[in-house]
Write a protein that binds this ligand. Structure first.
Ligand SMILES: [Cu+2]
Length: 71
């Protein structure tokens, strides 16, 4: 199990946080997702080590938000 903390831009309320959570949760290999709205962080737990960040960025982009980095 590995963990990535994404910095997500554009979330304004609980609905936004839920959208980001749902988008990330739907991806293959994702064990769990927890979004902290105040800190603009999405913590993703993965079943395996992940080096390709593009699919996470894409999923969040499609939901209407933006991953600007990791923390
Ligand atoms: Cu919102």
């Amino acid at each position: 199990m590995s963990e990535i903390n994404f910095i997500v831009e554009g979330m304004k309320c609980g609905h936004c946080a839920a959208s980001v959570e749902k988008a990330l949760q739907s991806l293959q290999g994702v064990e769990s997702v927890k979004v902290n709205l105040d800190e603009e962080i999405a913590r993703v737990e993965l079943q395996d080590e992940e080096t390709d960040m593009s699919r996470f960025k894409q999923a969040v982009k499609e939901a209407g938000y933006k991953i600007v980095g990791t923390k």
